[in-house]
Design a protein around this ligand. Sequence first.
Ligand SMILES: Cc1ncc(COP(=O)(O)O)c(C=O)c1O
Length: 385
Amino acid sequence: MELFDVYPLYDITPVKGDGCYVFDKAGNKYLDLYGGHAVISVGHSHPKYVEAIQAQVAKLGFYSNSIKNPLQQELADKLEEVAGVKDYRLFLCSSGAEANENALKVASFQTGKDRVIYFENAFHGRTSGVVAITDNEAIKAPFNKGHKATKLAFNNTEALKTEIEKGDVAAVIFEVIQGVGGLDEANAEFYKTAAELCKENNVILIADEVQSGYGRTGEFFAFQKHEIRPDIISIAKGMGNGFPIGGILIDNKIQPKYGMLGTTFGGNHLACAAGISVLDIIKDENLMDNVTEVSEFVKAEASKIQQIKKIKGRGLMIGLEFDFEIAALRKELLFEHKIFTGAASNKKLLRILPPLNIKKEHFETFFNALQKALKNQNKNTVVSG
Ligand SMILES: Cc1ncc(COP(=O)(O)O)c(C=O)c1O
């Protein structure tokens, strides 16, 4: 049987990971500045993570949500402590899209309303409700277009006020720092006003921290910088370091009811073991401090490169915007210098999303390679131009 071909693939077959590196079947070693799309938080094959998963699967890998599973409570307690948030309840699922889908459902149940406000360049996932609130018409099927969703410009508080005051809005959802869309962040005033408007008008504020959360910005959640309190926070990606686990933190003011949400796989024993070990490692190895320190170094080095016009993002969620489209540069970094990086919908933006325990030395390697690749790109442009 053939695979249903929906992904353009690089001709690389990784077979092993170790810290900030992956190795392909030919034995080539790659520096991973992409983290498998912001997923690898504590590093590939971290020994404590491997041990925790192995020990759990040898005991009990899975049982359904119809029995008591103390690992879920342990995960919730650790998350509260490491994230520094209070008075939320945790619902566990298995992906970012599922987390956001559940967030929208809770918002609609809670308010009795059915319209959702999202923002230009947003990406919230590919399932029906969340693809409807993703700013990419090419990935919406006719079936997905039946939802009541309104797109607004990120940062436009006046437009937000006008829409919210119409009275039928259940939720406002944003990525505090946009991922796929290109690392844009609205100003502090916008987040504050959005939170106030939601509170005054019985609208649920959802922070999609699927990519920006779990320590990636140097704070546990990106919204914490803006001193707002979302009603629901969605998490996934870094939460399991590659093990499929996601969740939503739901403000205690929202009461759960049997049947309101549910899933077969969410919160299973193995997923919880992975999630608990990730939190332990983030805490024990002070990874959020490392993020802040390494981020400063990366930004300082990037600012010395003349072809970089803008440095975007926070922590280790960084966008380097060049004065040319970077597809060929990325390819050269990957195939000539064996460095994985990411792209964005902005074709001039190189995205950096490495494991959170990466060191400055790794970035020295990157900047040396980048300088060489830039010289090469320049040569090619001169020749072809
Ligand atoms: C901000 C954000 N939300 C949601 C998602 C969807 O997550 P998943 O692919 O796990 O469904 C992504 C994935 O890239 C994302 O970046």
